[in-house]
Design a protein around this ligand. Sequence first.
Ligand SMILES: Nc1nc2c(c(=O)[nH]1)N[C@H]1C(S)=C(S)[C@@H](COP(=O)(O)O)O[C@H]1N2
Ligand SMILES: [Mo]
Length: 325
Amino acid sequence: MGEQALDVRDFDDVTDFLTPVDHVFVRAHLGVPDVDADSWTLSVEGLVERPLLLRLDDVLALPARRFTAFHECFGNPFRPDVPTRAVANLRWTGFDLSVLLDRAGPLAAARHVLFEGADTGSFDGEDGLSYVKDLPLETARRDVFLAYEMNGEPLTARHGHPLRAVVPRMFGTNSVKWLTRIVLAEERPDHMFTTRFYTRVHPGEQVRRPVRAVDVGSKILSPRDGDQLADGIVELVGRAWSVGEVVSVEVSVDDGDWRPASLDPLGDEPAWQPFTLSLRLPPGPHRIRARATDRDGRVQPPPGLRNSVHEITVTVTPGGAAAEA
Ligand SMILES: Nc1nc2c(c(=O)[nH]1)N[C@H]1C(S)=C(S)[C@@H](COP(=O)(O)O)O[C@H]1N2
Ligand SMILES: [Mo]
């Protein structure tokens, strides 16, 4: 069975700290469902003392919390080593999953939490699928957020209206959109998107693990790959992110030495970290690369892996300011 297009829409990178909603990539494996907010419900069921069934008004009445987090797609599950560099930074409004878990009361046997969306369809030759992800109960209780707003606006249909999961510092695949069902169970669910796709073997390991915590990454947002620059004095702008703080971003031009960029520290929120570097480029084509290192010492690898060093090529047209220097 061939590869499927998961990109609902192409995206254009912008240098805003918060990515405007219409510049955020959209991924949907089973198509975008048409969810009617008036009849939508969310259930919390399985190994709980008190199963819950909430309507949208119930969800909106809970005390709201907001935070900013980067949002990164793992990439195409058929080609897990190919970089797609689909990443955004978004402000979410909603509440912690723990609020619902406390109300429902997990039974002692509950070990895993399954999240299911309203989208249904076929994928990789299998029909009648829904989008299902799972996390260990303790991880879900600590990390999962349920959001109804992106950048202060109700979620759009494509991004999971009316409610979606958001799991900061984990790949976007875990952030189930159009959320309708939360099930507590003893075992992990065996499913297309839990145990078949979105698993990987980390370097130096033998076991296949679910795709969860992000890799260290960086992306040059300006200039853009292929840009023709009239001026050789360039203010490079990019963003870096990881599970923890990124402690350095280095830039190399035309295979020259790695030079440190100026990098914003990580604040209290799991947002991406801006970096900048002023460059003086002579006329002609130039290859610019960026490489992030996080506080655990993880470094972006050379080409061949999904989070490899980000590389762009720009051309300074003759007669630019640096040419006179
Ligand atoms: N229900 C559902 N949730 C989903 C998906 C999906 O296909 N169906 N795709 C996942 C993937 S792979 C990613 S990267 C993010 C993308 O979120 P976005 O489209 O809002 O950017 O949603 C995740 N949640
Ligand atoms: Mo994704």
